[in-house]
Write a protein that binds this ligand. Structure first.
Ligand SMILES: CC1=C(CCC(=O)O)c2cc3nc(cc4[nH]c(cc5[nH]c(cc1n2)c(C)c5CCC(=O)O)c(CCC(=O)O)c4C)C(CCC(=O)O)=C3C
Ligand SMILES: [Fe+2]
Length: 379
């Protein structure tokens, strides 16, 4: 079970009244509960993290990611090395291109005529530029699919802020602010996302030597976040952990019914003095080995593609930890372009176009998941 060491700030004591926060939800345009008006020119935007495309991009990219967030310089140098191992190229960009191609095909096959655009927070194509292009193309409304399935500042609110920033930056005269927007809801519990992860978990279990398949410990992983960020995730706090737990339960129920699993955290950064969600996956493997476990299957449900945090932090670091401990090791793939996942993305769009009830991730309360940027030290 995830640890909860921080008091939840009750929803009614959070700064809901700050109007600037409300403006950041979907760029200040409330999503409609009515069906999409006929004839409106709409698009789908895949909004992602971004990643470097070569050695020279690495440091500027990392500075974009961590601006104002108090990550020590030493940590940046260490993470830069991870990227340099892969020629300075993050796999996330090609993975997003592949996802977009799969979604375009899915939309076309189901008769939904919706152009698909791509924009990132931290690297080209920047979402601000994409927004300008959508405005020029005459797009009036955009459904935003963010490449994170969960609540939290990093996984949800920051994407709302990206949308708001992009709308402010769009000054195209014929359409100031560009298209209106609605961010699609959290999708950790959609059948397609669950099924894609369950398929991958079953395959990873099957990759182990036969005698270990039924006894291997199943370990779900997700990006660690600061305790303070976890405490304010979702309208009542701790939604990041709760949603991950719910997703992992569904995935295990489908892939390995009746078996137990652990949920642990990876890729922590930030100064050691700041508490983040624990245990770390490597520490957890040590505990498992000490308790006589002989095999582990990691399934990184916190991510939707096998990007750097997966292929470095798990396939390299955690695998090495397991080897040192004598634990047999397998790692399940992420959802990627699994057809069931791609289908569920199309269904999210269809659901929003049909109107309907407010959903978390789309209709977030004003201060939901809000974490103030760390103030810079004076002087
Ligand atoms: C919850 C979460 C997700 C999942 C949701 C989502 O996908 O959005 C995620 C995804 C990702 N994180 C990524 C990369 C990085 N994250 C960093 C830093 C941080 N991540 C955080 C959280 C998360 N991160 C946090 C709280 C920080 C501290 C700074 C801050 O408070 O904001 C840093 C700085 C160096 C370091 O400190 O490690 C890097 C380089 C990449 C790209 C990988 C690639 O290139 O393939 C992806 C997809
Ligand atoms: Fe991250």
């Amino acid at each position: 079970m995830p640890r909860a060491t921080v008091d939840i700030t009750p929803a009614d004591q959070r700064p809901d009244e700050d109007p600037s926060l409300a403006v950041r939800n979907n760029g200040g345009v409330p999503p409609s509960v009515d069906p999409a008006p006929a004839g409106r020119r709409e698009a789908l935007l895949v909004l992602s993290f971004g990643g470097p495309e070569g050695h020279d991009d690495v440091m500027p990219f990392l500075e974009n990611v961590t601006r104002g967030r108090g990550i020590p310089r030493e940590r940046l140098k260490e993470v830069a090395e991870h990227y340099h191992h892969f020629g300075g190229v993050s796999p996330i960009n090609d993975q997003n291109r592949a996802l977009i191609a799969a979604v375009e095909k899915e939309l076309a096959e189901s008769g939904l005529e919706l152009p698909v655009y791509w924009g990132n927070r931290n690297w080209a194509p920047y979402v601000e530029d994409t927004w300008g292009r959508m405005a020029e193309d005459g797009i009036e409304h955009v459904y935003v699919f963010s490449t994170s399935a969960y609540a939290s500042f990093s996984g949800c609110r920051q994407y709302h802020e990206d949308i708001a920033r992009a709308r402010v930056a769009t000054t195209f005269p014929a359409r100031p602010g560009g298209p209106t927007a609605e961010k699609l809801p959290h999708y950790f519990d959609t059948p397609g996302f669950v099924h894609a992860n369950a398929d991958a978990l079953a395959a990873a279990i099957a990759s182990l030597p036969e005698e270990l398949r039924t006894t291997a410990r199943l370990v779900a992983t997700a990006h660690s976040i600061p305790d303070a960020m976890a405490a304010v995730a979702g309208p009542d706090g701790h939604a990041y952990e709760a949603e991950l737990l719910a997703a992992a339960e569904r995935v295990v129920a489908e892939a390995a019914p009746g078996r137990t699993f652990d949920l642990v955290w990876q890729s922590r950064s930030g100064p050691p003095s700041v508490p983040w969600l624990e245990p770390d996956v490597n520490d957890h493997l040590r505990v498992l080995a000490a308790h006589g476990e002989t095999a582990v299957v990691l399934f990184p449900i916190g991510f939707i593609s096998d990007h750097l945090e997966v292929i470095w932090d798990l396939d390299n670091e955690a695998r090495q930890t397991a080897e040192e401990l004598g634990l047999a090791f397998a790692r399940a793939a992420t959802a990627g372009t699994h057809p069931a996942f791609v289908r569920s993305i199309r269904m999210l769009v269809e659901e929003r176009r049909a109107g309907g009830l407010p959903r978390l991730g789309t209709d977030c309360p004003a201060a939901c998941c809000f974490v103030a940027p760390r103030p810079r030290p004076a002087g």
